[in-house]
Design a protein around this ligand. Structure first.
Ligand code: ATP
Ligand code: MG
Length: 392
């Protein structure tokens, strides 16, 4: 058994499994004569990609997931992870290679948040110091302060925070494959959008193969490199989101995707793919005389008579009228007037909604460090809609 599982704690990058997942003709019948819950599905998820399973309640999504990590044994067919059948792995080995975020969060109520996150590292026999460091790293990653939240119990967290901890727990052993069963379903739309963006950011930093179950076509289009639409245990269409929206395989998929496909295709493009409007930036601490020189040379072009003040780190603080500048540029007391501030990985759909809600003419686009990279307004989004060929 141990010979099959050579990766020691602290493995180097060369030992990290690639994480290609193949399901072939996979079937599950819960009773001998009943309808198959999963009925001969085949699909391949390339390493590092996110595959979203979507379909109506009861169509077999959870059953398919649970066969991958052998919580349920298939009736027939096979599942291979990097070319090796999951039947050749012990449950312990699978737990190390596959992170699982279940539909109902499933944190252990009698363990602290830190202990919940440390479940897999403990199982893997990591020493205390390494486990502690990994737990802190993950809590930081999901935006929960380890000192404040680590000692709390799950009941002392909000639903969205619990879902974050579920995600951290699944990531703890750094598995090459993640199974996520409606991980963000139990939270309000705003928290869900934030969790989705956090996840996408994480996924970019540390790509993993992911099977992600969703009920929500918008979420599927946003999160998936490919989307498998399921119906009654079968896969009706397996395609990248752009193709699903442009060419639904049949009426069922077309219905599922919905009538507002043009609007949905806004979720396929992110702000970083757009030509942004340059922001008229002045930095806190700049001499106003120098700012005026930039204005006169035309290098700095105010928008509606205002410029955007950024703090010394380049993060947006406030729009202020050029006429109010004097002496040295300062972050004004009414800072926070640069809203909405949008991470560059925000989809056009989410950006549009944020701009409309705020009533501002422009959203301020920032990079991963929060520094301003440009502005987006309805014109920039409109141009992207009118160029659908480039959107995909
Ligand atoms: N342990 C079980 N015993 C018998 N039937 C089961 C069992 N688990 C699931 N089923 C049946 O298999 C089918 C697929 O269930 P599954 O949980 O995979 O659906 P799902 O697509 O995940 O649905 P939802 O979106 O509601 O979570 C359903 O008809 C369900 O009743
Ligand atoms: Mg389910």
């Amino acid at each position: 058994m141990a010979a099959l599982d050579p990766a020691p704690p602290g493995r180097g990058p060369a030992e990290v499994a690639a994480g290609v997942l193949e399901l072939s003709d996979l079937t599950k019948r819960f009773s001998a004569h009943g309808r198959a819950a999963v009925d001969g599905i085949s699909l391949t998820v390339p390493a590092g990609e996110v595959c979203v399973l979507i379909g109506p309640s009861g169509c077999g999504k959870t059953t398919a997931m649970r066969m991958i990590n052998r919580l349920i044994e298939p009736t027939s067919g096979d599942i291979r992870l990097d070319g090796r059948s999951v039947r050749d792995f012990s449950p312990h080995q699978l737990r190390r290679r596959i992170g699982y975020v279940i539909q109902q969060v499933g944190l252990m109520p009698h363990l602290t948040v830190a202990a919940n996150v440390a479940t897999v590292p403990r199982l893997l026999g990591w020493d205390r110091e390494r486990t502690r460091a990994r737990t802190r790293e993950l809590l930081d990653l999901i935006g929960l302060d380890p000192d404040e939240y680590g000692p709390r119990y799950p009941a002392e967290l909000s639903g969205g925070q619990q879902q974050r901890v579920g995600l951290a727990r699944a990531l703890a052993g750094d598995p090459p494959l993640m199974l996520m069963d409606e991980p963000f379903s139990a939270v309000d739309p705003i928290t869900r959008e934030r969790l989705q963006n956090d996840f996408l950011r994480l996924h970019r930093a540390v790509p993993k193969t992911v099977v992600f179950v969703s009920h929500d076509i918008d979420e599927a289009v946003k999160m998936g490199d490919r989307v498998a639409v399921m119906r009654e245990g079968r896969i009706v269409q397996y395609a990248p989101p752009a193709e699903l929206l442009a060419r639904p395989a049949d009426d069922f998929v077309a219905d599922f995707v919905g009538a507002d496909r043009a609007l949905k295709s806004l979720s396929l493009t992110r702000l970083e793919d757009l030509d942004l409007l340059p922001a008229p930036l002045v930095r806190a601490g700049d001499e106003v005389a120098a700012v005026r020189a930039r204005l006169e040379s035309g290098e700095l072009e105010p928008l509606g008579g205002t410029v955007l003040v950024v703090d010394p780190g380049g993060r947006p603080a406030a729009w202020i009228p050029v006429a109010r500048l004097e002496g040295q540029v300062r972050v004004p007391a009414d800072a926070g007037q640069a809203d909405p501030v949008l991470d560059r990985i925000t989809t056009l759909r989410d950006a549009l909604s944020a701009i409309l809600e705020s009533g501002a003419a422009y959203g301020t686009v920032v990079d991963g460090e929060g520094r301003v990279t440009g502005l987006v307004g309805l014109d920039e989004i409109g141009r992207a809609i009118r160029r659908p060929a480039e959107v995909a």
